[in-house]
Design a protein around this ligand. Sequence first.
Ligand code: AMP
Ligand code: MG
Length: 368
Amino acid sequence: MQTCYWKLQNNEQDQEVMVKAAAFIQAGEVVAFPTETVYGLGANGLNSEAVAKIFAAKGRPNDNPLILHIADVKDVEPLTTGLNENAKALMQAFWPGPLTLVINKSEIVPDAVSAGLPTVAVRFPSNKFAQQLIKACGCPVAAPSANISGRPSPTNAQDVWEDMQGKVAAILDGGNCGIGLESTVVDTTEPVPVILRPGGITYEMLTEVLGAVEIDPALQGDSNYKPKAPGMKYRHYAPKSAMYLLEGEAASCLPQCVENALNAGKRVGVLCSKSIAQALTQNDNASGNLLVASWGESLEELAANLFYLLRDFDRTMPDVILAEGVSESGIGLAVMNRMRKAAGYQIVTVNNGELSLKVGSLPEFMIK
Ligand code: AMP
Ligand code: MG
């Protein structure tokens, strides 16, 4: 399949692009488009055959349901048997925006979208290009992240092109995504709403509106719990190189760990804040074996840059990636969720003054 690549310009020509893109979606084809979270792979959410093409393009397991995207609050009504007060309060507070609500589904939602569950996930994105496209389609747009399943989500159109050229009808280039992590998913069908996936709408923001909010215990990586969002059980965001995440006090040991790994002859990728990056690159031992990926200073910058930097390590392929953990406040909860998954839960902490892996033992080169 030839994939059209259309750059959006923020001018009147965009409308022509939207009409052509919507025509593809109405004809049952798949089009990638920008949102404020990550790029999405969109198809007509009420057409099972079109939805099946999304699963095929991504190589996504069929038991992982999709989010339906709408561009007007009232468009949620036909998709559900009814909304409770919690769902209404969240829509009022955070739509349009990076919040997905799991609600009871109506009969018009195909099983291909909900993976056979009695519920459906719905979001009203705030990105103007996403809204224009969904409006032009005139139907809810089913859209997971526009990456091959298991890879980090794309936050710019070139990364979508890398994974999806030849597999989808068109890619709309709307520049970089502002938030950079997938939406927060909240199950509103429980008496106390549950965060199934942390994202740009933070735990603190949700409790301010709802009072009580729970966090799905499976998000801590405890294998005794099965995640309620089927997608959260899959290996995700993983770079090809082995990755270790240094958490809490261990983060301060990052420069020493890097040094040890370099001395052991490893090519080392480091994912860290600007201040640590500056300290590392001043080190003369650095040589060509040190690949420093700095995300900047704030948690928001880390969220916006994380997936791009992880995908970049798949181009440079270090022997090992060492990452600096951050606080779990605000969007830090979502960032740490993605980094732990990217590291395959290889989490390094300090125990009795010594570094240790949460599960298993540290590789020789990290101990020195
Ligand atoms: P993605 O499409 O890659 O952004 O992932 C969507 C996430 O929402 C996945 O983790 C899904 O498992 C989750 N999800 C979608 N629909 C539902 C639902 N009805 N109930 C629970 N989780 C859902
Ligand atoms: Mg995804």
